[in-house]
Ligand binder design. Sequence first.
Ligand code: C2E
Ligand code: CA
Ligand code: CA
Length: 631
Amino acid sequence: MNIAMQCCSLMVLIVIMYLYLSCKKVFLNSEFAFFNLLCSTVLCVFMDIISIVMMSKYDYFGRGIVNGVAKFYLITVVYVAVCCLMYIISNVYDKGDKLKISRLAVYGCFAIVCIGICVAPIEFVSDGKVVYSKGLSLYVSYVFLCIFTLHSAALLAKYSRVLNKDRVKVMSLWIILWIAVCVVQAFYKKQLIVSFAITLGMLVVYIRLENPESALDRETGLFNQNTFGPYVSQRFRNGERFSLIMVTFDDFNKAPVSGTIRCKKEIINLFKDIPNTFAFKTNENDIYILYKHSEEAEKMFEILRRRFILYGDKEFRPYISYMPYSAITDNIDDMLHMFRQANRSNEMLEHHYIIIDKAFRDRMMEVQRIEKMVNDAIENNRIEVYYQPIYSTEKHIFTSAEALVRIRDDKGKIIPPATFIEIAELNGTILKLGEIIFDNVCTFIETSDVLQYGLEYIEVNLSVVQCEHEDLAKEFIEIMRKHNISGETINLEITETATLASKKKLIANMIALRNYGVGFSLDDFGTGQSNLNYIVDMPVDIVKFDKEMTTAYFESTKAKYVMDAAMHMIHGMKLDIVSEGVETAEQLDTMEELGIQYIQGYYFSKPLSQNEYLEFIHKNNKDYYEQHNKQ
Ligand code: C2E
Ligand code: CA
Ligand code: CA
């Protein structure tokens, strides 16, 4: 009797089992399958030892018992092959239904094998040193062992492309070992190497694929990215709901690194070992904590919000996103997309926390719809520019117009800029859009006769994102050159905003464009954002009084004083004023009396399509045309 090899194998397996169980894990489907495989291997090796011992003491134990034990051992060998197949299945079909059906089919087959092994006869051979079994029972187990193993090999080959390469390699090795065992055992019955081979296979799978340490982040002890994705995906697939809190640290903020580290540590310690939760750290250094129950998640979110956002040190404020109900989506990709969008949102930047709920999802979907609409419109040439005439109170004709963008959607409906400008600014599309608008305006000036009708320049709105774009001046000058129009025919409208990050770039762009002859207006004066300092700082020629200010002038004495004073100063600086939003004759008269040079508003006209605008100017500036063409 030689059972040394089997005993060593058993010891190795017990060590693997201990290491595996002593480490925390989330229990993915594939981890369950591995655990089954490990248990079946331990059982198989254990039964190998028992059956050899009993076969060698055949007379002592009696034929019936030894037969039963030997057959049970054969069943455990086949069961290891079944678990190996299930392990591969759980890796390839991670989808609920397919997994269930395959599981049923394999276990059904296995039940038949068990009956076959039990019913078929078995014999024992002993040559003094080695004891082994033979007979039909053994052949039945061999045949099915081969069938299960070949099935595993076929599955692996079929899905080798979608599976992780490392997994394919290790599992192939395991299958090759099995096939080698089958061949050796078939020809050399005395070589009892099954236990050794399966233990070796187990060791390789454990070290390379299932070592729970590899699922943990070394620095924090939290689960890492390798676990986060598969675990969350599995919960979605199984329809298991959860709540998720994500904490992220702005790596670029000005806070001292030591403070950020301290804050991070405190949060990690808070997240560690809370029952019924799993905490993860991703490759992007974001920390997620997953709760099975939303009430507990809610409590933690409140704790975090109070401790770190409301009453914490202002310098080390993390950003916290909280998704109370996973049911707002059904897959991890959409969920992560929502977290990314949430992180970038203005709400997050302002408050340092955000709740990702149904309303957030709906808003995000609306944003996506609009982004798509803008991109479609760009691709299909559906960006249109409307022109709103601007009246000169000195020359009594329409000397300029403001270019206002519109999108024609795929059904032909006109979409106003309020719907899409902010979104295009956030995702950067405004640069492309701005270029198209500018090109459109230049084409209009080049190809129409508006200059002969007394039009001096067209006002084009610039978004703050465009102002900060390094190549803005270069690109705009190129467009003007392409259309052969002079810089004097363009006036760019800039707005004062708190979000302007680089005033330097804006000024550089303004200087380059001014040198080309382009003029500038300061838009939206009189709204919350503007102040007089800005006019002093910026090289502008015109200040545009916002509609709010024009209206307020007639409604409140205070506003009247403010406007009078502002007007006095602006005129003192030798700048012109455009009054926007003039809707009535009374408003027009007052503005004219005040000495405001330009009037824009519905009183004269709403923004008009290019052709309507041409008609408008042909009709209203006719005298100018006739006078100047006679000369
Ligand atoms: P804005 O630059 O202040 O443009 C004036 C807005 O006031 C226009 O709205 C115009 O139609 C409206 N308006 C003009 N006169 C009156 C009036 O008498 N009464 C009323 N109630 N409204 C009047 P619109 O065309 O919807 O544009 C809205 C905003 O969208 C613009 O405000 C501007 O900030 C932005 N925008 C429009 N076109 C462009 C563009 O080409 N580029 C960029 N970056 N922004 C644009
Ligand atoms: Ca404007
Ligand atoms: Ca304005």
